[in-house]
Design a protein around this ligand. Structure first.
Ligand SMILES: [Zn+2]
Length: 334
């Protein structure tokens, strides 16, 4: 592994075929250091560039372990084009076991738009990631449920590129053994980072597979096999890509939040379909006395719920509703 400053990275890429491993660094004005591991595999044949990345949210481990496996599995002499693998994006959060938010500035980096390296630590982090991936044609970003998140596996696909790019993004998703694919048109609910990728002409998906910060062998394999299928789909490696029965999810996202702090008792599971008015759970005080009840506003699919009982309504850094979130829903009513 070589340590290189972001400014030196593209000059450090070897001309010949093979695997290179870098620790890409950049110093933020706060004094905090950004460190991002980047593997670059230059194939023996001409072809496009694909990026596989994970660990944007640092407790989402199944994709991280699958990305590691990818680095050692893809043989440069059999690869057409270039594969970039970033196994852990948020290394500072990863090493602090810090859930979801960046530990330096408490921001949710998926919703940080690149292009502002003079801003906060998260601004610089996502700008650095963008600098690393910006020449890619395709990008797969692996996520899962954080330690506090019981999550149903599904693949959101940011739509809004041209038809050709939207089609390629959907093709990236088709090889994952995950039941639900969600083409997302609702722009405010598409993370800013994904919008920047679309604007740069990069077909992309993010894959939600795994839950509660537990990297099971099954979930790691689903991420890994999906990467392989995507490489085959884009003709970067040989083989017929796997295809699975997938259903298209349509609907608007909503999140049930608590306006009070307390102890959360969920009454649903991820993947449940709940009816309008159905009980979702209750909030109690420390002693177990009910202080609030929650019901579903519409017939909805439970994408995930917070399995962690600790609900803190006053902790809302940058207004982000992570510590008072209870249930994430997809409205199934038309
Ligand atoms: Zn995530």
């Amino acid at each position: 592994m070589r340590t290189v400053d972001i400014k030196q990275l593209s000059r450090s890429w070897a001309k010949g075929i093979g695997l290179q491993e870098f620790l890409v660094t950049r110093r933020h004005s706060s004094g905090e250091l950004i460190e991002i591991p980047v593997a670059r595999i230059q194939g023996a044949f001409q072809g496009p560039q694909m990026t596989v990345m994970s660990g944007m949210h640092a407790g989402e481990y199944s994709g991280i372990l699958a990305a590691q496996k990818l680095i050692t599995s893809v043989k440069p002499e059999q690869l057409c084009g270039t594969l970039i693998v970033i196994p852990v994006i948020s290394t500072k959060a990863f090493m602090q076991r810090n859930m979801q938010l960046n530990p330096v500035d408490q921001r949710e980096v998926h919703f940080v738009r690149p292009g502002n390296p003079e801003g906060t630590y998260s601004d610089m982090l996502m700008d650095t990631i963008f600098e690393i991936v910006k020449d890619s044609d395709f990008l797969i970003d692996s996520h899962a449920g954080e330690m506090a998140q019981s999550l149903m596996s599904w693949i959101p696909v940011p739509m809004g590129g041209d038809d050709e790019m939207d089609r390629k993004s959907l093709e990236l998703a088709a090889g994952f053994q995950i039941e639900y694919v969600e083409p997302r048109y609702d722009v405010p609910s598409i993370p800013e980072f994904c919008i920047s990728l679309l604007e740069a002409g990069i077909a992309n998906i993010w894959v939600e597979c795994g839950k509660n910060g537990v990297p099971t062998q099954k979930d790691i394999a689903i991420h890994f096999d999906g990467y392989v299928a995507a490489l085959q789909t884009m003709k970067m490696i040989h083989g017929d890509p796997a295809r699975h029965d997938q259903k298209v999810l349509k609907g608007k996202r909503s999140q049930i939040n608590s306006h009070k702090s307390g102890v959360w008792h969920p009454a649903v599971n991820e993947g449940d379909i709940v009816e309008s008015g159905q009980h979702l759970g209750r909030l109690t005080d420390y002693f177990g006395n009910t202080i609030a009840e929650f019901t579903s506003p519409s017939r909805s699919l439970v994408l995930y719920y917070w399995s962690n009982p600790a609900i803190n309504a006053s902790r809302r850094p940058h207004d982000y509703d992570w510590h008072n979130g209870l249930v994430s829903l997809l409205d199934l009513e038309e």
